[in-house]
Design a protein around this ligand. Structure first.
Ligand SMILES: [Zn+2]
Length: 341
């Protein structure tokens, strides 16, 4: 891995993605994770392959839900230790991208999948190509800080404060978030991503500001429990307002959008304008969405996980007909995937 770049991967976002993954997986009633099979005699056990520890989540994947592939790909990226682990992470993200193209024409999580692939790529030209393809697929990603307000980038301290404030709002720390929002530029840095934060016309940054005003929990002040009236010695019950989990209840789409904005704030805020200019110069490879699977040598028809490997889709799992036409512009060049290296 390119360590300089790896250091810029926003770990908060990845950890949060892993949490979402866990929630989704629980919702799908997966079985508990298997205990690692480690030889008793080995003094230093080899790390368990990610494919083994993630097997229940992998088997729960369904092509009708590309977002689940994306979230698991983000979790795999965060936990990957070996080349095989990274290969699994890339395969999940490529499948998320390809399945999203089938289900929604790439409008839902296609661009996010490409940016996540870029996050774990060690190759400069590959990252440039993935980001250019993401922008072509979803012009919202062009609205990045260095592209607006007269090319005046958000400075790294402001970007970090904005990302921190987003996380504070999510866990119900409205007081801390409002203190950061009071710093000039911090809330504006979030508002710049309104188009991503409000993917379906819902309120974006303004809703986040309202959530900051609603929390901490009015009943337990985020203590999660409240003292039973008249109890002595004191007894406590779960807070009935927040049910022990302070913070706004976000949909998976809203949570994904916030994680992506945090990722963009943390990842890009550290880079100086000249480095951004070179990183986002003309890509070396044609930014064609059709080339992604070929580049990574992923067969999109093998999209379900069975018996420790990718298997073809059964007829009963077939995804619905595409909701809309392919989003690739009409003037797009034909698939001209670069030869894998
Ligand atoms: Zn409460």
């Amino acid at each position: 891995m390119n360590t300089t770049f790896a250091a810029r991967i926003p770990r908060i976002a990845l950890v949060l993605a892993a949490l979402v993954c866990g929630t989704l997986a629980r919702a799908q009633e997966t079985s508990p994770e298997p205990s690692p099979a480690v030889a008793q005699s080995a003094p230093v056990p080899a790390p368990v392959p990610l494919a083994s520890s993630l097997a229940p989540k992998l088997e729960a994947l369904s092509p009708v839900d590309p977002a689940a592939y994306f979230l698991l790909g983000e979790e795999a990226s965060a936990r990957a230790q070996s080349p095989d682990d990274f290969r699994l992470a890339r395969q999940l993200l490529v499948l998320a991208f390809e399945l999203d193209r089938q289900v929604s024409g790439g409008r839902s999580i296609g661009a996010s999948s490409l940016l996540a692939l870029a996050d774990i790529s060690a190759l400069d030209h590959e990252r440039r190509w993935l980001r250019a393809t993401a922008r072509r697929l979803d012009p919202r990603y062009i609205r990045e800080p260095w592209r607006i307000a007269g090319d005046r980038a958000v400075d790294s301290v402001t970007a970090y404060s904005a990302a921190t404030a987003l996380g504070m709002v999510r866990k119900g720390d409205g007081i801390g978030a409002r203190q950061l929002f009071a710093i000039p530029g911090v809330f504006d840095a979030i508002r710049r991503y309104d188009a991503i934060l409000a993917p379906s016309g819902t309120a974006g940054a303004s809703e986040i500001a309202r959530d900051a005003d609603r929390w901490p929990c009015p009943e337990c002040r985020n203590e999660r429990v409240v003292r039973k009236q008249g109890s002595n010695p004191p007894e406590y019950r779960l807070c009935s307002t927040c049910r022990g989990d302070p913070g706004p209840k976000l949909t998976p789409a809203q949570l994904l959008a916030q994680i992506r904005v945090e990722s963009m704030l943390l990842g890009k805020g550290e880079a100086s304008t000249p480095s951004i200019a070179s990183e986002f110069s003309t890509p070396l490879i044609d930014p064609d969405p059709a080339g992604v699977a070929k580049w990574y040598r992923v067969d999109p028809s093998l999209c379900i996980w069975r018996n420790g490997g990718w298997a073809p889709l059964n007829a009963q799992d077939a995804p619905p007909e595409p909701a809309s036409a392919e989003s690739t512009p009409a003037e797009a060049t034909p698939a001209d995937a670069p030869a894998p290296k």
